[in-house]
Design a binder for this molecule. Structure first.
Ligand code: CA
Length: 239
């Protein structure tokens, strides 16, 4: 049910970009390719990828400048960036890491090395990609078997609610805005209204039953999954 990780390749040399794209596609990734900074920005505006492969030497705006810009932007801040550099440019590599690239890879590189680096940044940045089961308090979710349970009782969730819960459970106690949830759960926020998030949060709470209270609304900010059920209000505790 999990969608394939999206990789945005920003590379102006068609032969290299195509080789990377073919290899990624054969290895369970969804590559898209931009040959210049403007196309790359358009791609990013449309769909947030899971990882960006960013060539250093581009016509117009450099890879370094793009990395700096994307790190400064709240929407793209947490997308892992793997920089592609020419052999021996140590100063470049250091500068790349300084502006917030997650890793770099030196050209020419083997497919195996590229895939290993991509998987490593994905694991570091997004543990939910690894497919491991997660528990938050009495709530358990297993992406491999597609099962969710609360105190050992199986729960029935729709595919979107499942993805939403998976994301929230791997990022607990943090407030997520609707726009962030659209990016991270839906993957493409352009044609979907933010209100859609509210609809699925409502369905998720209903599906969770008593555990639905773990999904908190943070007024004016978004939603948060907490590990602690709110304590009963004083009015209910009798006296
Ligand atoms: Ca280049």
């Amino acid at each position: 049910m999990r969608s394939l990780p999206r990789v945005l390749i920003v590379e102006d040399e068609p032969a290299i970009a195509e080789l990377i794209a073919v290899n990624l596609r054969h290895n369970g990734f969804q590559p898209t390719w931009a040959l210049d900074s403007e196309t790359a920005q358009r791609e990013l505006d449309a769909v947030l990828p899971d990882v960006i492969l960013l060539d250093w030497m581009l016509p117009g705006e450099s890879g370094l400048s793009l990395a700096r810009k994307w790190r400064a932007d709240a929407r793209t801040r947490s997308v892992p960036i793997l920089m592609l550099t020419a052999r021996g440019d140590e100063a470049d590599r250091v500068a790349g890491l300084d502006v917030g690239a997650d890793d770099y890879i030196t050209k020419p590189f083997s497919t195996r090395e590229l895939l290993a680096r991509i998987r490593a940044v994905l694991r570091r940045r997004a543990p939910e990609q690894a497919g491991a089961s997660v528990t938050v308090g009495d709530l358990a979710l297993d992406p491999a078997t597609y099962r969710v349970s609360w105190m050992g009782q199986a729960l029935k969730l729709g595919p979107t609610e499942f993805k939403l819960l998976h994301y929230l459970m791997t990022h607990t106690e943090r407030v997520h805005s609707r726009a962030q949830l659209l990016d991270r759960v839906w993957g493409d926020h352009v044609f979907i209204e933010e209100r859609t998030v509210d609809v699925h949060i409502k369905r998720l709470r209903e599906a969770l039953g008593p555990a639905g209270a773990l999904v908190e609304t943070v007024r004016g900010a978004g939603y948060r999954l907490t590990a602690q059920l709110p304590t009963a209000s004083p009015a209910c505790s009798g006296g």
